[in-house]
Design a protein around this ligand. Structure first.
Ligand code: F6P
Length: 371
C-alpha cells in the first residue's frame, strides 16, 4: 500500500489515560516525517459530523500529562450500518485523508476494520492503524492496552485508603471496579492491594456460591489477631450480581451465622469506584506506552503498512503470517487486525490459551489471597 500523506487521528469508546500520549507521539513523529496530521473530534461520531481540527506539534504540547483525550471520545453504535460508514468515508475523501489512526478498544478497532474494508472502499485509498486503549485490558494479542496501568494504580490508591478505615473498625468492604466483562483489573488490583478475595466474571460462579465464599472469608478473618481482621473484597463489575443485592445477602447470612453480633461490626460496607477508575493523570508507564504505540502506528502508515494493530509485548507466540515485529520498536508488534479481533472475541468467551491461563491463575490466586 502507498504511504499515507494526510493522516487522521481519532479516539473512540471509553477514554483511557495515556490516549493523549499516543495522539502527541503520532503528531510529532508524523509531522517530522512530512505527513499532515489531522485530529478528528469525538471518535466516529465526530467524523460523521466532519469535526476536524489541526494537529501540529504545537497543538499537542503539554497534553502528555492530561487524562482523558483532547480529541474527545464517543460511542457510535450506528457505525455498524454500511450507509453510515459510507458517509464517514465520504468525509475522509472530501478532506483528502488517506490514513487513519484509531485509538480505542474492541468496538473502535472493529469500526476501523469495517471502515477500511476494501470492498466497501471501492477505489478509495484509506490505510488504517489501530492502537489498543481500554482500561479493561480485554483486547487480544497485546500484553497491555493504554490506560490499564493508571486504572490499576487508581484502584490501589483508593483501596489503600479504604483499608485504613477497614482496619480501624475491623470491617469488611466490597469494592466494585470497572472492567466490563473482564476480571483483569479486579484481579491485578487485588494482588497489588493485598485484598482477601477477588470476584471476577471468568469464574462463572452462581450467586449463592459467591455469597457463601464471602461469608466464609469474613468468618475466617474475624478470628485473626487484631489489626489483621479487616476484609477487602474486590468485585469486578462484570460479576452479574448487583452490589446492593450482594451486600444484602451477605449481611443476612452473617447475621444468621453470628447471632447476637453487633450489626455495625459485622455488616459489610460497599464502595463503587465507577468512572473514577477511568480518569486522572496517566501514570509514567501509560505515558511511555502511549508514546511508543503512537510512534509505531504512524510509522506503519508512513511505511505503507495498513490494517494492523500495534501490540505491546504480545503474551503469545505470533505466526509470521499475522504479525511482524516493528522495526521502530522491538517491544511492539504490528498484528493483523482481523486476527486481533478474532482473538479478542475468543478471549472474552474464555476460549484462548491466555483466557485459560488467566482463569487458572485467578482461581489459584483466590486461595492465595486469603493466606
Ligand atoms: O470499556 C471501558 C469502560 O470503562 C468499562 O470498564 C465500563 O463497563 C464502560 O466503559 C462504561 O461505559 P460508559 O462510560 O459508557 O458508562
Amino acid at each position: 500500500m502507498a504511504t499515507a500523506k494526510r493522516i487522521g487521528v481519532l479516539t473512540s469508546g471509553g477514554d483511557a489515560p495515556g490516549m493523549n500520549a499516543a495522539i502527541r507521539a503520532a503528531t510529532i513523529v508524523g509531522s517530522a516525517r512530512g505527513a499532515e496530521i489531522i485530529g478528528i473530534e469525538r471518535g466516529y461520531r465526530g467524523l460523521l459530523e466532519d469535526a476536524i481540527v489541526s494537529l501540529t506539534p504545537g497543538d499537542v504540547a503539554g497534553i502528555l500529562r492530561e487524562g482523558g483525550t483532547i480529541l474527545g471520545s464517543a460511542r457510535c453504535p450506528e457505525f455498524h450500518q454500511r450507509e453510515v460508514r459510507d458517509r464517514a468515508r465520504a468525509v475522509l475523501a472530501n478532506r483528502g485523508i488517506d490514513g487513519l489512526i484509531v485509538i480505542g478498544g474492541n468496538g473502535s478497532l472493529t469500526g476501523a476494520l469495517r471502515l477500511a474494508d476494501p470492498e466497501e472502499l471501492g477505489g478509495q485509498r484509506l490505510a488504517i492503524s489501530g492502537i489498543p486503549a481500554s482500561i479493561d485490558n480485554d483486547l487480544g494479542l497485546t500484553g497491555l492496552s493504554i490506560g490499564v496501568d493508571t486504572a490499576t494504580n487508581t484502584i490501589v490508591e483508593a483501596c489503600d485508603k479504604i483499608a485504613d478505615t477497614a482496619t480501624a473498625h475491623d470491617r469488611t468492604f466490597i469494592v466494585e471496579v470497572m472492567g466490563r466483562d473482564c476480571g483483569y483489573l479486579a484481579m491485578a488490583s487485588a494482588i497489588a492491594v493485598g485484598a482477601n478475595l477477588a470476584l471476577f466474571p471468568e469464574a462463572g460462579k452462581p450467586e449463592a456460591e459467591i455469597v457463601e465464599e464471602i461469608v466464609e472469608t469474613v468468618l475466617t478473618l474475624r478470628n485473626r489477631p487484631r489489626r489483621n481482621r479487616r476484609v477487602i473484597i474486590i468485585k469486578a463489575e462484570g460479576v452479574s450480581i448487583a452490589i446492593d443485592r450482594l451486600k444484602a445477602q451477605v449481611d443476612a447470612r452473617l447475621r444468621d451465622k453470628v447471632p447476637g453480633a453487633d450489626p455495625s461490626g459485622i455488616e459489610t460496607r460497599v464502595t463503587v469506584l465507577g468512572h473514577v477508575v477511568r480518569g486522572g493523570r496517566p501514570s509514567a508507564f501509560d505515558r511511555l506506552l502511549g508514546s511508543r504505540l503512537g510512534n509505531v502506528a504512524v510509522r506503519a502508515l508512513l511505511a505503507g503498512i495498513s490494517h494492523r494493530m500495534v501490540a505491546w509485548m504480545p503474551p503469545v507466540e505470533l505466526a509470521p503470517e499475522i504479525a511482524v515485529r516493528s522495526p521502530a520498536d522491538p517491544y511492539c508488534w504490528l498484528v493483523d487486525l482481523v486476527a486481533v479481533l478474532a482473538e479478542t472475541d475468543n478471549l472474552l468467551k474464555g476460549k484462548t490459551s491466555l483466557a485459560r491461563w488467566r482463569a487458572g491463575a485467578f482461581s489459584e490466586l483466590e486461595d492465595a489471597l486469603l493466606l
